[in-house]
Design a protein. Structure first.
Length: 213
């Protein structure tokens, strides 16, 4: 199965993608993870991506597509993938359609994870991460031990793109660039809706129901 998760920042795409990958036995392909790895490695791509991400802006289509294409050609993706955070624009969607057509594949489902902007701001601005072990926390739903990571004892921090001002910029970019994909995939007949709720298990179940697994 080739599955794409579509939704605003903070909709829960990454959390659901991890669980769906386990359930379906196919890899999660996350542009965010790829970019962060390059940023940490201080690669040229990482420097370029960081100049956009730190301002809440989208990385250019061509740069994003090239790294995703490279990932999709790896052996573990042959039986299907869960696309998390890609495509984000109509141009990227067109690139993906053409690429999949060339290699004889297609998207089976696009899950539109529905959430309102106020919930996004509340979720992301309260999110924290441990830079050492990458454990994620939320001050309301899964808090750390004060400022310490409960996994490794490191000091948790707020990601630069989780500051409220940047979140609002990310949402503006989403509505302008990515929201049109809802109609794009609806016209193709592969779009299904899944309501995002604070209960992670229920949110995941909503998506499983939407794709029939």
């Amino acid at each position: 199965m080739n599955l794409m998760l579509l939704g605003a920042p903070g909709a829960g795409k990454g959390t659901q993608a991890v669980e769906l990958a386990k359930l379906l036995g196919i890899p999660q392909v996350s542009t965010g993870d790829i970019f962060r790895a390059n940023i940490k490695g201080n690669t040229e791509l990482g420097k370029l991506a960081s100049s956009y991400i730190s301002k809440g802006m989208l990385v250019p289509d061509e740069v994003t597509f090239d790294i995703v294409k490279d990932r999709l050609l790896q052996d573990d993706c042959k039986n299907g993938v869960i696309l998390d955070g890609f495509p984000r624009t109509i141009a990227q969607a067109d690139m993906l359609d053409k690429f999949f057509a060339e290699i004889g594949r297609k998207l089976d489902y696009v899950v539109n994870i529905v959430v309102d902007d106020a919930a996004v701001v509340a979720r992301l601005s309260r999110r924290r991460i441990c830079p050492d072990c990458k454990q994620s926390f939320h001050l309301d739903f899964a808090p750390p031990a004060g400022e310490k990571c409960t996994n490794c004892g490191g000091t948790v921090v707020q990601r630069p793109d989780d500051v409220e001002e940047v979140i609002m910029q990310r949402l503006q970019e989403y509505h302008k660039q990515t929201a049109p994909l809802v109609e794009y995939y609806k016209e193709k007949g592969i779009l299904v809706d899944s309501e995002s709720v604070n209960d992670i298990e229920q949110a995941l179940q909503n998506t499983k129901n939407a794709i029939g697994v």
